[in-house]
Design a protein. Structure first.
Ligand code: 4NP
Length: 157
């Protein structure tokens, strides 16, 4: 990568999956010693200004990642030039992202799990209506992806 990597993780509400992805990426970047920009947002405006779901905060905290200071925001057109990479949690997110992509977009947009060998094309399930254990499943997915991203950046790709 020639530009400093700037990574944006996108889900629907920006309170469950993408804050966990942001927390996992912050942890992976710290452990790998990467100087990168990391943020998350939602395609919907339902939870703008709100902290992450308490189950996401608790799950990240148990892994050593504090995401309690994050606040929900909605994806905007400027994100497509501010960030080098935009990662969608599921296929509907991907469609919603593509729907607002401006003509001058430079960001590479992809499904997050495409970066994990053997998980290409997989969606990260929305844990919002499920039990606490589903947030652990979400963490396992976003942590695998964050480690793969960190490895790829470290390797210069
Ligand atoms: P997220 O989960 O997209 O992973 O943040 C959701 C959170 C809230 C809603 C939907 C999904 N909602 O409909 O309010």
């Amino acid at each position: 990568m020639t530009d400093k990597p700037a990574l944006l993780f996108v889900c629907l509400g920006n309170i469950c999956r993408s804050p966990l992805a942001e927390g996992a990426m912050r942890k992976a970047a710290a452990e790998t010693g990467l100087d990168i920009e990391i943020d998350s947002c939602g395609t919907a405006a339902y939870h703008v200004g709100e902290p992450p779901d308490p189950r996401s905060v608790a799950t990240a905290a148990a892994k050593g990642s504090d995401i309690s200071d994050l606040r929900g925001r909605q994806l905007i057109k400027a994100d497509f030039t501010r960030f080098t990479h935009i990662f969608a949690m599921d296929h509907q997110n991907l469609r919603n992202i593509e729907a607002v992509r401006p003509a001058d977009a430079t960001a590479h947009v992809s499904l997050l799990m495409d970066i994990v060998e053997g998980r290409e094309g997989a969606a990260i399930a929305d844990p919002y209506y499920d039990g606490e254990e589903h947030f652990e499943f979400t963490w396992q997915d976003v942590w695998a992806a964050a480690q793969a991203i960190a490895t790829q950046i470290k390797a210069g790709g």
